[in-house]
Ligand binder design. Sequence first.
Ligand SMILES: [Cu+2]
Ligand SMILES: [Zn+2]
Length: 177
Amino acid sequence: MMKRYLLTLAVAGLAIFSACNKTEKKIASATLSETADNSKTIGTAKFYELSNGEIKMDLEINFASKADSNVAVHFHEHGDCGDMGMNTHGHWNPTKENHGKWGSAAYHSGDIGNIKLDGKGHGTVSVTTDRWNVKDGDLKGIIGRGIIVHGGTDDYTTQPTGNSGPRIGCGVIESVK
Ligand SMILES: [Cu+2]
Ligand SMILES: [Zn+2]
């Protein structure tokens, strides 16, 4: 009797879980590679549109040579990873704010910030925001932006970059059809 009750609970839980998932639609993604060797993938970013119009990003990094350290992540203006990531130019800044910590009084719309990597170089972050969309030519449009992984720690203060160190990883946000 108890077993059956638990099973019913589990099935109900699954149903609720999948119902929630249906409100998320995958709309964009980026594959991040080492700037020094773009055949080496060091992470992925997946973007989902929520039913309320906000965008959620799940970012995962696997960068063994950066184990037990912080890496700083930002969206940069251009989706060109050439010249060791320099072709992405500066931080994407559609709202003309200062560089800063995500969620603070002022920050760029792609200031994801520092991600702690574990002993294997693995780290994740999820961000949900109304600062992004996937509309062509829109001020908030993220398609075609670069994502840069830096080798240092973002101090969230130095303008306009956070003094985040060299550009060691890079990817381009592409729409998913
Ligand atoms: Cu950056
Ligand atoms: Zn910034």
